[in-house]
Design a protein around this ligand. Structure first.
Ligand code: SF4
Length: 753
């Protein structure tokens, strides 16, 4: 295990450290003395402190040292802006940025890409220059979708990766523990802070048998989603194992891992096997495959491991599925689908079929899909529905262009879109139906929530394998079942589509296509980061001010929130996403969805200095201008939802000091601490009712100590002041974050020392 094997072909100095991993694991094994799941082995071998760390699945918080960080272009903006404010010369851990989310599908790959480059120029210029400055690998627009690029270049068995995108688990197809996180977590790892994760439970999925005919790896996860529902994987890693795993291609396993996100799983892993070795060899990483073989014993589960839950699937009996509409866990086997369409009155005509995306755009997917399209063409038929193809990477696009599948799709009537997310993330200028018109589309993507693809809430979006998508486009109807139904050829003769066949890997090897990678330059000192001061999409962050060392006296309550206050209420998404790289602009959405207890309305609070009602961000800005800090009072589980760091950055930016609630969603609570705010909870939750929106409060910050409550003095508008105890969960290093103004200020201070 002493060998020096590089993590990838792009970086000279980043190696796979199986030796250190095995040493850490030996320590943990001795402590736990029980068989371990593969997911556990990966996590525990990346512990910051394998000797001292508490380890209890579903209970402890693990402090981990990931091997890599990856960001997509939408989430990278704020992550990098924050990292910059730490004042470090380069990222502390290998990091890459991928331009894929901002490219809108309109007429076809090349033109759409050109348009996106012009519309998003300032964002791309910023990312390209910041990556060059801070030693980050930059994948330009047109290179492909983050998860395909990671699988093709960066994933390796036993590794731990965090990525600022929910489908990061895709790399589990190559035996990596790859976890989707918020930008704040990515910044921690870039800045060399340990990364915290609640020790996940492990759900085992045992695969036996072998797929055949129309069944594909996608159908495994469509079936699993039907069993677990969209919440079934929450707080757990899905661990596939059993002889069936040997029969699935590496990219097929990645499809299954990718869609584990749809059941809420922390991630999904597959054990290292020969199919992964073959894929590594085909993608110029045979040395990694060989190295993994020497560590193979630890790249799978221990014999006798006990899973928190076990699901068993016999692949020989697995039917193709179609899931949806509106949710990915409504799973219907193809044999029952036509009846379900009738029973539910789903629009029968198939308007659009879409294949590709990060979920299903492997060479195998493309070659099987092309085989079906070719079969139809041989019978004189073309797609009845609109048909689009999204290659997941430039490498896949170039390879299917060379090998002819791409021409087949075009002959069949398909439009080949840019190597990017496109319609999967709503970047789709769809013109074949009007907004509000009920219609059906079917894709090989992963998510199908209302409006996700085209912004039309009446679109019934289904997900299936690329095979079924293409077959359905031949018929143009949701009633078609290619396993049993006949079609009519151009002369009116009946025929059945042949079972699809394809190649897991291209016989001639991959064609890399155009060079779309920008390596950081050797001399980075002269690089300057491009941010226009007049930009409304990007803004350089100034470090937040340190605590003044005093108690905070006579603070107004900006808003006392009633009921649910999720991260969407605190920092709404939708049109605001455009400003995710501009803290001041996006702060205009702060808490606009929260309900004010005083009047039962959203975004209408009283400014105590004027007596006037105004929007929440406007009042906060007015207080800030007048030098008045403020607090928010919240109800139960404040900040649930996503890990969006903007929900913590905005109140800090607009002058908030403390958020005081009955309870917090943990990730949001940590995010607030990172930004130098005080997340506090009522020691007695009933005290929430004692506070009125017009009260003023003193927060005795000087009492802040590990494990001790702090006092809040409430000054009611009419009546005598009284004290309330507030609990807090700061540890010693987090108290430093508060004192220094933020976690990043603390890192910057350490670096300067
Ligand atoms: Fe996310 Fe879709 Fe892009 Fe995949 S293709 S990364 S699911 S937006």
């Amino acid at each position: 295990l002493d060998r020096k094997v590089k993590q990838n072909i792009w970086e000279e100095n980043n190696f796979i450290n199986y030796k250190k991993m095995s040493e850490n694991l030996a320590v943990v094994r001795q402590r736990l003395n029980r068989p371990l799941a593969y997911a556990e082995k990966i996590l525990y071998s990346h512990l910051d402190d394998p000797h001292g760390q508490d380890i209890e699945r579903g209970v402890s918080y693990l402090r981990l040292r990931p091997d890599r960080v990856a960001c997509q272009d939408a989430t990278a903006q704020m992550a990098i802006l924050q990292f910059m404010s730490a004042g470090m010369p380069s990222v502390a851990n290998p990091t890459t940025v991928h331009c894929d989310h901002l490219i809108e599908a309109q007429i076809g790959g090349a033109k759409d890409l050109e348009r996106a480059i012009s519309i998003n120029k300032e964002v791309y210029d910023f990312l390209a220059s910041a990556c060059a400055k801070y030693n980050i690998g930059f994948w330009k627009p047109g290179s492909g979708i983050i998860h395909q690029i990671l699988l093709e270049n960066y994933a390796f068995p036993g590794g731990l990766l965090i990525g600022t995108d929910s489908h990061t688990p895709n790399a589990g197809g190559l035996g990596m523990c790859a976890i989707g996180v918020g930008g704040a977590d990515a910044v921690d790892v870039m800045a060399n802070l340990p990364w915290e994760l609640k020790a996940p439970k492990v759900i085992g999925v045992k695969l036996t048998g072998k797929m055949s005919g129309w069944t594909t790896p996608k159908d495994i996860i469509l079936k699993v989603a039907g069993i677990t529902t969209v919440k079934g994987g929450t707080g757990a890693i899905m661990e596939y194992h059993g002889p069936g795993t040997e029969t699935i291609s590496c990219t097929g396993m990645a499809t299954v891992a990718n869609m584990g996100a749809e059941i809420g799983a922390t991630t999904t892993v597959f054990p290292f096997n020969d199919r992964m070795y073959d894929y590594l060899a085909a993608t110029k990483r045979k040395d990694i495959g060989d190295f993994a073989r020497t560590y193979a014993k630890e790249l799978r589960e221990d014999e006798g491991v006990e899973y928190d839950q076990l699901i068993e699937i016999n692949l020989s009996e697995l039917e193709p599925h179609i899931n949806g509409p509106f949710t990915p866990d409504l799973a219907t086997p193809i044999s029952k689908f036509s009846a379900a369409v009738k029973a539910n009155n789903w629009p029968e005509e198939l308007k659009v079929g879409l294949i590709g995306s990060c979920t299903n755009s492997s060479y195998e997917d493309m070659s099987r899909a092309a085989a079906i399209a070719r079969d139809a063409l041989d019978h004189g038929l073309k797609s009845k529905a609109v048909f689009t193809v999204t290659p997941g990477s430039e490498q896949v696009r170039a390879t299917i262009e060379r090998d002819g599948q791409l021409q087949t799709f075009e002959e069949y009537g398909g439009v080949v879109l840019a190597n990017a997310c496109g319609p999967c993330i709503g970047q789709w200028d769809r013109r074949d139906v009007k907004k509000g018109e009920a219609n059906s589309i079917i894709s090989s993507y992963n998510r199908n929530f209302t409006g996700r693809n085209d912004g039309n809430p009446a679109t019934h979006s289904f997900v299936a394998s690329p095979d079924l998508v293409v077959a359905m486009t031949v018929a143009g109807s949701l009633h078609f079942n290619p396993l049993t139904d006949k079609l009519k050829d151009k002369d009116g003769n009946e025929f059945m589509l042949a079972e699809p066949t394809g190649h897991a890997l291209p016989a001639l090897g991959y064609d890399p296509g155009q060079d779309t990678y920008q390596a950081p330059p050797a001399d980075r000192t002269t690089v300057s980061v491009a941010v226009s001061p007049s930009s409304d999409r990007l803004q350089v962050l100034s470090p937040f001010a340190a605590w003044d060392g005093k108690d905070a006296i006579d603070l107004p309550i900006l808003i006392k929130c009633k009921g649910k206050t999720t991260t969407d209420h605190i920092s709404m998404a939708g049109p605001w996403l455009k400003y995710r790289g501009h803290l001041d602009n996006i702060s205009n959405n702060m808490l606009i969805g929260a309900i004010n207890e005083a009047n039962g309305e959203a975004n209408k609070v009283k400014n105590f200095t004027t007596g006037e009602f105004d929007a929440v961000p406007a009042v906060a800005r007015d207080y800030k201008k007048k030098g008045i800090q403020w607090v928010v009072i919240g109800d139960w589980n404040y900040g649930e939802g996503s890990s969006r760091e903007h929900a913590a950055l905005e109140p800090r930016h607009l002058g908030g000091l403390a958020i005081i609630t009955r309870s917090f969603a943990r990730i949001h609570e940590t995010n607030l601490k990172k930004q130098g705010m005080l997340p506090l909870t009522f020691s007695d939750p009933a005290d929430y009712d004692k506070i009125k929106p017009d009260d003023k409060v003193d927060i005795l910050c000087t009492e802040l100590e590990v494990g001790k409550p702090i006092t809040m003095v409430v000054h009611p508008k009419d009546g005598k002041p009284f004290e309330i105890k507030l609990s807090q969960t700061f540890n010693a290093s987090q108290i430093e974050w508060f004192k220094n103004g933020s976690a990043l200020n603390t890192m910057a201070k350490k670096n300067a020392a």
